[in-house]
Design a protein around this ligand. Structure first.
Ligand code: MCU
Length: 412
């Protein structure tokens, strides 16, 4: 596998607030004043203790922990929230909600975002590149560490230096970065959760800064590899994102843990949950308890994707690199599409899996798939986004019946 593209050099904030890294840890999982995101008030609260039972298939996205099955779109809104809480509890750590204060300034193509909560402050900057074609307000795509897809015409590019918010240098970089300066180095949020928080703050800043000519209804997010995993998490948690494009995110992103484990067992050198937690800080410390008993997890990553539904999601993937778990990504995301089917929006979610290129090098024969999604979800055009395809032999051997023991409801 390749190594991450180095992030752009960290920029010096226009105003440098005096922040000291938190030395007094808050207890993991809590963020004292900011409100975690929550679902509709009519939803049943998730029990504080859940008895987990092993399920070797991809869990039913429609079935609540209570055993009830979602039958309507209103039910789905509650189940979506439940899934979000489950991911935070078992895999990703707690995502704090809106901070107490957020201000932003825009100058010279730099958007400076100042955030305060519980008496601490941080400031971070993103660059905004306005396209030379199209017209204001422009659609925009937030790129983790820049874009690894070709820059779409008429779309602004917001470059997010995610490593500045939460470091991902190695397994020993936990708790490092501006998110942890604000919320404490012991905060339960994994790096990917901290980045998703950062993306939400970028959107908050765009909402209050009318001098940035961005159309708030047309915001996308993308990243490749580890940053593709991150982009998927951002799209999952923030419903203001219209289009999510994880590129070659592999196991821990668009791949399902259960299928990746099966691949390794069959002799394919694929990344698994058990391996990934030793490599980096993308997941919460809690998650380590489950990596050797993946069937006990009450979800898999088809359900991380499902949080994006019915918004736009295009999975861009590579059949040529075993480490990325191409079979896992294919089976996982074909299964995720069933949630869009249930919501009557099957073509808002696509998979384009093509081999014979280097990791994160976008092949030209996927351009049409990318354009179809960008043109529909970021430019409002009427395109055909019925795209679920792999160039892997025999549909990569994925047999639905081996992994899916539930049916797709029609959510009224
Ligand atoms: C696909 O993303 C990761 C992968 O999870 C890691 O095991 C590997 O070291 O790096 C990949 C990556 O981010 O490559 C740029």
């Amino acid at each position: 596998p390749g190594t991450a593209t180095p992030p752009p050099p960290s920029t010096t904030p226009a105003t440098t607030p005096t922040t000291t890294p938190a030395s007094s840890p808050t207890s993991p999982g809590t963020s004292p004043t900011s409100q975690p995101t929550s679902g509709p008030s009519t939803c049943t609260a998730l029990p504080s203790s859940i008895s987990l039972t092993a399920n070797s298939k991809l869990p039913d996205p429609f079935k609540f922990i209570s055993g009830k099955r979602a039958a309507s779109k209103a039910d789905w809104a509650c189940r979506r929230d439940e899934i979000s809480q489950l991911f935070q509890r078992y895999e990703l750590g707690t995502l704090p909600g809106k901070p107490q204060s957020l201000t932003a300034t825009y100058s010279g193509g730099k958007l400076t975002i100042n955030v305060s909560d519980s008496g601490k402050s941080i400031s971070f900057q993103v660059s905004v590149s306005i396209p030379s074609s199209g017209s204001a307000p422009y659609p925009a795509i937030i790129g983790y560490g820049g874009l690894s897809i070709p820059t779409p015409s008429g779309v602004a590019v917001i470059t997010f230096n995610n490593d500045d918010i939460a470091a991902q240098a190695s397994s020993s970089s936990r708790g490092q970065g501006k998110f942890y300066q604000l919320y404490g180095s012991q905060h339960s949020a994994s790096a990917m959760t901290a980045w998703a928080w950062g993306v939400s703050r970028i959107i908050d800043a765009l909402e209050i800064t009318s001098s940035v000519p961005i159309n708030l209804q047309r915001i996308g997010v993308t990243g490749c590899s580890r940053n593709g995993k991150g982009a998927l998490v951002a799209g999952a948690f923030d419903t203001r994102i219209a289009l999510t494009i994880p590129q070659e995110s592999g196991s821990g992103g668009a791949g399902c843990w259960r299928i990746s484990d099966a691949m390794l067992k069959s002799g394919i050198n694929t990344q698994t949950a058990s391996e990934i937690v030793g490599e980096n800080v993308w997941f919460s410390t809690q998650f380590s308890q489950y990596v050797n008993q993946v069937p006990n997890l009450p979800f898999d990553h088809h359900m991380l994707s499902a949080l994006v539904a019915p918004r736009g999601l295009l999975i861009i993937d590579n059949t040529g690199i075993d480490w990325l778990g191409p079979q896992s990504v294919w089976g996982c995301q074909k299964t995720a599409n069933k949630v869009w089917q249930a919501l009557g929006a099957a073509d808002a979610m696509g998979v384009s899996q093509v081999g014979n290129h280097n990791h994160c090098a976008f092949p030209s024969n996927e351009q049409g798939d990318l354009d179809a999604f960008v043109n529909k979800f970021l430019k409002g055009q009427n395109t055909n986004t019925n795209i679920i395809k792999t160039d892997g032999a025999n549909g990569l051997g994925f047999v639905d019946a081996n992994w899916v023991d539930w049916t797709v409801p029609t959510l009224s």
